[in-house]
Design a protein around this ligand. Structure first.
Ligand SMILES: [Zn+2]
Length: 67
């Protein structure tokens, strides 16, 4: 009799929470803060970032399409 394995969390659930370097992303408590940060990134770097609700920490992150 073998113990049942816990299902692993979906990889892309964590992928939205960490950067491509594996560091946790900056989290924003409100979508307003996240959008302000995304706007700033656009102003400074012309980086087009989306604000999205993280399913891991339930806060908001910003990221590009590939993150
Ligand atoms: Zn998160």
């Amino acid at each position: 009799m073998t113990p049942r394995r816990q299902p692993r969390p979906l990889p892309n659930r964590r992928a939205g929470h960490v950067t491509s370097q594996g560091q946790p992303k900056r989290a924003y408590r409100t979508v307003t803060e996240a959008r302000a940060a995304a706007q700033l990134a656009w102003t400074l770097n012309r980086a087009e970032l989306n604000a999205y609700r993280c399913s891991l920490c339930h806060q908001w992150h910003i990221g590009g399409e590939r993150e």
